[in-house]
Design a protein around this ligand. Structure first.
Ligand code: ZN
Length: 115
C-alpha cells in the first residue's frame, strides 16, 4: 500500500513536470510565431494551430493519467471508487477536487482525490 502511495505521488510529480515543460514549449512557440509572423505568416499560423491542438492532446492525456491514479471517496456515503474517463473529463473541478456522481448512492458531491 505504501509502495502504491509513493508510486502515485511519483506519477503526480511527472504530471507537474509535463505541465511545466509544456508551458515553456508553448510560450516559446508563440514567441517564435509572433517574431516571424511578418516574414512567414503561414508558418506562424501553422505554429499557433499546432500549439492549440497540442493543448488539447496534453490536457486529454493528463486527464487520463489523473483518472487512473488513486481514487475518489463519495462525500455522502464514503464509497471509494475510480470514476470513468468520461465522468472525469466532463466534471467541474477545482484543482484535483471534482464534482462527481457517486456510482453507489447516485448523489453528486465535491470529491477530493485520494492516494
Ligand atoms: Zn455515494
Amino acid at each position: 500500500m505504501e509502495k502504491n502511495h509513493n508510486h502515485n505521488k511519483e506519477l503526480l510529480n511527472i504530471e507537474a513536470a509535463i505541465i511545466v515543460i509544456f508551458i515553456i514549449m508553448l510560450v516559446t512557440m508563440v514567441m517564435f510565431a509572433a517574431t516571424f509572423a511578418p516574414a512567414y505568416p503561414v508558418a506562424s499560423i501553422l505554429m499557433i494551430i499546432i500549439a492549440v491542438l497540442s493543448i488539447f492532446a496534453v490536457s486529454l492525456t493528463l486527464t487520463k493519467m489523473e483518472q487512473i491514479v488513486g481514487y475518489y471517496v463519495c462525500d455522502k456515503c464514503h464509497h471509494k471508487y475510480v470514476p470513468s474517463y468520461k465522468a472525469v473529463l466532463w466534471s467541474m473541478h477545482m484543482g484535483r477536487t471534482r464534482y462527481l456522481t457517486c456510482p453507489k448512492c447516485h448523489k453528486k458531491s465535491w470529491q477530493k482525490k485520494q492516494y
